[in-house]
Design a protein around this ligand. Structure first.
Ligand code: BES
Ligand code: ZN
Ligand code: ZN
Length: 496
């Protein structure tokens, strides 16, 4: 193929035997190579994402632009393994112009989609350098795809999901001297314009007028005031009874801890404390492309948790939207204070069928689950199952945690409805704090503090911000019936 610099072919190892996938035979017409001997020489195992390179330094003929052949392990050929293979390929071909691969020719729709998601996300990079680092590969040709016209939907969904993962990651990486609540609201405006979403933004005056005491309190010491952003998506086909999902994102654009200040090392990652809001914004941008059948509202609860003479003090009491109060015994437990406002608003004003919040909420979750699995809580088993399955399918795994009623008493405050920092077990008491604001609406709370950062490049995750949540929420919301089996949606249908 003219202009193709790299050809990538899949391989696997079944029962000890190396099997090299489609495309190898064509390759051997133009290159004199003993592929099996090469793979044995490298003791290749075939695990997903393993890459064995044969540089074409010696054997290149004049009539080819090929500089390298790659043999890419596809493990057991599951979607997860195809995603890993895609990410590994993207890393191996950075800086190339044109790459052709037969890897996707083996795949069904789920694997094709995962492979393309991996390809895009493995190419991710973010910088503010004066000179640009190596660019991602410009073009990847998917060779040997059977009936390509029938794969368009899988491809479109792959690109939308990958784009959501990418932009969620990018938003999390923007430094906080650029990124503040009004800046995030501007990003939301761009998304709303581009994707035809409804948009409403509360500035600090509107927040005061409507009683959003949590957002105002957390943001009161910052030079950049808080914002609440509401984005609305309506599917093409909609009726009076189309269910309504509300997504709420924690959008702390920098978390110093406030007067209960964080140690310097712990503060280092805190530009990413808006990952929940970034993920929700990225999801809103992708709903149309994945064909989401529900109405979806995204709420971004945006504030900077700063220190200063005007800061919230330990012992202060805040009044949330709707009137419930919190005693702030620790100003570093600020996420739940802004989420509380947004949840209360959603339940009181938006008639949601289901509410899901996403937040880098507690260090405790990181201790519980490590950095490869997100934790979540849910008041509805069917909703929990949908989210678990979506996480699995998307490559953003989730583990359900318990809402232990017996810990409720730890939230008691002598002067307010709740204490914002009830103590251990920290992720559970944070979830119990939030549950009060979800009322009777089926609700899930994704605590993604464990997975907001990746310490290393790991498959489609690049080291640093992960943007976790966007891909799994899109995988959920694209289902034909994302709310199947959820308690109140059944009630609603009977009533209607
Ligand atoms: N943003 C942090 C949680 C966090 C920690 C996110 C590590 C990512 C990595 C949150 O606002 C916080 O500081 N939570 C406190 C709560 C405590 C004071 C009750 C925590 O988890 O220590
Ligand atoms: Zn905090
Ligand atoms: Zn925080």
């Amino acid at each position: 193929m003219p202009g193709v610099q790299v050809v990538a072919v899949p391989f696997e190892r079944t029962a000890g035997e190396v099997v090299v996938g489609p495309g190898a035979a064509d390759l051997l017409d133009v290159v004199d190579l003993d592929v099996l001997a090469l793979l044995e020489h490298h003791r290749a195992t075939g695990r997903a994402g393993e890459v064995v390179e044969h540089p074409m330094i010696v054997s290149r003929t004049d009539d080819t632009d090929l500089v390298s052949l790659l043999f890419v392990g596809i493990g057991e050929g599951s979607p997860t393994h195809f995603r890993r293979a895609g990410a590994a390929l993207a890393r191996a071909v950075k800086g190339r112009e044109r790459v052709a691969t037969s890897i996707a020719s083996l795949s069904d729709d789920a694997c094709l989609r995962a492979f393309v998601e991996g390809l895009v996300l493995g190419a991710f990079s973010f910088h503010r350098r004066s000179a640009a680092p190596t660019a991602p590969v410009r073009e990847v040709v998917l060779a040997g795809i059977h009936r390509p016209e029938s794969r368009e939907q899988a491809l479109a969904r792959a690109l939308a999901t990958a784009h959501a993962g990418w932009s969620s990651r990018e938003l999390a990486l923007v430094p906080s001297n650029e990124k503040n609540p009004p800046w995030m609201a501007d990003q939301a405006r761009v998304v709303a314009d581009r994707h035809g979403l409804d948009l409403r933004v509360w500035d600090e005056r509107a927040l005061r007028a409507d009683g959003f005491g949590g957002l105002l309190g957390v943001g009161q010491a910052s030079a950049t005031p808080p914002r609440l952003v509401q984005l609305g998506y309506t599917p093409a086909e909609t009726g009076r009874r189309t269910p309504h999902v509300v997504l709420v994102g924690k959008g702390i654009t920098f978390d110093t801890g406030g007067l209960s200040i964080k140690p310097a090392e712990a503060m280092m990652q805190m530009k990413r404390d808006m990952t929940g809001a970034g993920a929700v914004l990225a999801v809103m941008a992708g709903l149309d492309a994945v064909g989401c059948p529900l109405r979806v509202t995204g709420l971004l609860a945006l504030a900077e948790n700063a220190v200063g003479g005007g800061a919230l003090r330990p012992g202060d009491v805040l009044r949330h939207y709707g009137g419930r109060t919190s005693e702030v015994t620790n100003t570093d437990a600020e996420g739940r204070l802004v989420l509380a406002d947004a949840l209360a608003y959603a339940v009181a004003e938006l008639d949601p069928t289901v509410v899901v919040d996403v937040a880098t909420l507690t260090g405790a979750m990181k201790i519980s689950l490590g950095q490869r699995t997100g934790g979540f809580f849910a008041t509805d088993d069917a909703l929990a199952d949908h989210l678990t399955r979506a996480g699995e399918a998307a490559g953003e795994p989730l583990w359900r945690m318990p809402l232990v009623d017996d810990y409720e008493e730890r939230l008691t405050s002598p002067i307010a409805d709740a204490d914002n920092a009830a103590g251990g077990p920290g992720a559970i008491t944070a979830a119990l704090f939030l549950r009060h604001f979800a009322g009777e609406v089926p609700w899930a709370h994704l605590d993604i503090a464990s997975v907001g950062d990746s310490p290393v490049d790991a498959f489609e995750w690049t080291s640093g911000a992960t943007g976790f949540g966007a891909r799994l929420l899109l995988h959920w919301l694209e289902q034909r019936d994302p709310l199947a089996g959820i308690a109140s949606s059944r009630r609603r249908l009977r009533r209607g």
